[in-house]
Design a protein around this ligand. Structure first.
Ligand code: KIV
Ligand code: ZN
Length: 511
């Protein structure tokens, strides 16, 4: 079995998804999750693009151990130097430098000739090697380029010292057969017997990113670049969970395997969905709500008799249905702690105590909580933002013929404070009351509500994104009462703004 390296680019290409902006604590949490899951390389960002991106890559490089941390750089001296400065505190690190291969990119974006690109790539790869022995080189848009030129360019890259050559189908134009054939040419005509890894990086514009990546593996690629839930530019990237489970389930066919701990997949998928605000479609392979659900009577009958009738992998394998459990209001801290561990969470004492208090609060009102509800509780309080303003109580009056009014009491640094406000609806009234107490006025950009389970007594989970000035903050809240969930999410935004953990997404400078 060949070992296939998983190069995760959720924090770089994934973050380039329209509308996605991850804060530093969110990126750190995802990076730690990726390391625990066993990815080989984490592309942590593009340090030259902003001070914020530089700082974040630098923090991940400093704090996330046991995995190679990579930073992106154009084939520019300043990009490479900046990436090296951000990364050199890491245990293991890589500079990933890139240019383009297609004529349309060369003519309109780079405004360079093919010969100039060969020369610049040669010079910049050599320059990157002066900082680090691990240098990856990519040329964008290979599938719309002249393949003979692609061969020539990657030959130059290897001569200059690239240790991994990445072959991006940037526009998702390739088909599996065609892309696989190009990878085979690169294996035979470029890499030959040299100790250089071939990497695949596919976009999903025609829905073929995973198929194309697998075709690359069949033809000699030993690294797959991918993102959690397949998020990324436009239609996204190759989805990590699909590629990993395809190699796991069809190892017999591909004769290749990864070192991913598959049980971590579902937790990370939920984390990325929550932080990015990108909902996973119910029928998404591996991580979608329906991926293991059987509706048709004939299927249900088969699965009840033997799961193998309609399931090619089981839900536990990807960390779903881990320890189906129910905790009640009389459950103690030990049982709660054990439930957290069964669900794959490992927190320090303070965090467990905090979560336990929230659990007790909800269990007192609701009775019992199942696995999904405990997951939701953890995930809506997963970023440790100091609670400068804390919810004490809410009273709401609303109905068909009344002006919605809310009275909110918050614990504040100056003691408890109360305010009453009216609004267009109960949530609007609550938000106005909170704004008046905190004197902070976020502008709501996105509001999402979901029932955690299917029944009408389900917990309601609210996720929001709100802007204060140029900075976007996200907040989550869960409760038996959706107005309270909304208030908790709003307070998380307020507290995040005080802790300064928002995101200012700067546009990528022109290539
Ligand atoms: O899609 C692409 O070509 C990229 C490169 C920077 C590798 O993301
Ligand atoms: Zn890409």
């Amino acid at each position: 079995m060949r070992h296939i390296k998983i190069f995760d680019t959720t924090l770089r290409d994934g973050e380039q998804s329209p509308g996605v902006a991850l804060s530093v604590p969110q990126k750190l949490e995802i990076a730690h999750g990726l390391a625990r899951m066993g990815v080989d390389i984490i592309e942590a960002g593009f340090p030259i693009t902003s001070q914020g991106d530089f700082d974040c890559v630098n923090r991940i490089a400093r704090e996330v151990r046991g995995v190679n941390i990579c930073g992106l750089a154009r084939t520019h001296k300043k990009d490479i130097e900046t990436a090296a400065r951000a990364l050199d505190v890491a245990e293991k690190w890589r500079i990933h430098t890139f240019t383009s291969a297609s004529d349309v990119h060369l003519e309109f974006m780079l405004k360079k000739s093919r010969a100039e690109i060969l020369e610049i790539s040669d010079e910049m790869i050599r320059y990157a090697r002066t900082f680090c022995d691990d240098v990856e080189f990519s040329a964008q848009d290979v599938m719309r380029a002249d393949f003979d030129y692609v061969i020539q360019l990657f030959n130059v890259a290897i001569e200059a010292g690239a240790t991994t050559i990445n072959i991006p189908d940037t526009t998702g134009y390739g088909t599996p057969l065609e892309y696989g054939q190009l990878i085979a040419r690169i294996r035979d005509e470029v890499v030959r017997d040299r100790n250089v890894a071939i990497s695949t990086h596919c976009h999903d514009d025609l829905g073929m990113a995973v198929a194309n990546s697998l075709a690359a593996v069949e033809n000699g690629a030993t690294q797959v670049e991918c993102t959690i839930n397949g998020i990324g530019e436009r239609a996204g990237n190759t989805s990590l969970e699909e590629i990993v489970m395809a190699l796991y389930t069809r190892g017999d066919y591909y004769q290749a395997k990864t070192q991913i701990n598959t049980k971590e997949i579902y937790r990370l998928s939920r984390m990325v969905s929550r932080h990015s605000g990108m909902v996973v479609q119910p029928n998404k392979a591996v991580v979608g709500d329906n991926a293991f659900a059987h509706e048709a009577g004939i299927h249900q009958d088969g699965v009840l008799k033997n799961k193998a009738t309609y399931e090619i992998m089981n839900a536990e394998l990807v960390g779903r249905e881990a320890g189906v459990l129910v905790l009640g209001k009389h459950s103690g801290r030990a049982a709660f702690n054990k439930a957290l561990e069964d669900l794959g969470y490992h927190f320090d004492k303070d965090r467990v105590q905090n979560l336990f208090n929230r659990f007790k609060d909800i269990a007192d009102r609701k009775g019992a909580l199942g696995s999904e509800e405990i997951r939701s509780l953890v995930e809506t309080s997963d970023i440790e933002i100091p609670e400068v303003f804390k919810l004490e109580s809410i009273q709401v009056l609303s109905g068909t013929h009344v002006v919605p009014t809310a009275t909110v009491t918050l614990e504040t640094p100056g003691g408890p404070k109360q305010h009453a406000a009216s609004g267009d609806g109960p949530v609007d009234a609550v938000y106005r009351a909170i704004n008046a107490i905190t004197n902070i006025y976020p502008v709501l950009e996105n509001y999402r509500i979901e029932a955690v389970t299917e029944n009408s007594e389900a917990l309601g989970e609210v996720s929001i994104r709100a802007r204060i000035g140029e900075i976007v903050y996200s907040g989550n809240g869960v409760s038996t009462d959706i107005v309270e969930s909304s208030a908790r999410a709003w307070l998380e935004v307020v507290n995040a703004s005080i802790a300064n953990v928002g995101v200012k997404k700067e546009a990528m400078t022109a290539i």
